[in-house]
Write a protein of this length. Structure first.
Length: 104
C-alpha cells in the first residue's frame, strides 16, 4: 500500500494519523486480551486463577445504574440514587416533596 503523503492536504494527513493511532490502540488491546486469555488458561490448567498467581484480583465493573428518580420539571433529567444528589432533587426535598414523590 503506497500513499503519497507529500500530495495530501493537512486535514487528510491528520485524519490518516487519527486512523493509524486508533488502529494501533485497537491492535494492542486485542493482543493484550489474547495474552490474558492464554495466561488464564495456563493458570487454570495448573489449578489456579490468574489473580491468585499475580496477587491482583479481577475488578468487575458495575453495570450502569437504573434511574430511580425523575425531575418533576423535566422528566428526561433522572438520577439513579447513587452518588451526589442533584440540585433539583435537593430543591424538591426542601419544597416538601418526599423521595417517593420523585420516584419513577
Amino acid at each position: 500500500m503506497d500513499i503519497d503523503l507529500n500530495n495530501m492536504a493537512l486535514t487528510d494527513l491528520k485524519g490518516l494519523q487519527a486512523q493509524v493511532n486508533k488502529a494501533i490502540a485497537s491492535f494492542e488491546d486485542r493482543k493484550k486480551k489474547l495474552a490474558i486469555v492464554a495466561l488464564e488458561e495456563t493458570a487454570r490448567n495448573l489449578g489456579f486463577t490468574l489473580g491468585e498467581l499475580t496477587g491482583v484480583s479481577t475488578i468487575r465493573k458495575r453495570s450502569p445504574a437504573v434511574p430511580k428518580y425523575a425531575n418533576p420539571a423535566d422528566a428526561s433529567d433522572t438520577w439513579s440514587g447513587r452518588g451526589r444528589k442533584p440540585r433539583w432533587f435537593e430543591a424538591a426535598l426542601r419544597a416538601g416533596k418526599s423521595p417517593d414523590d420523585l420516584a419513577i
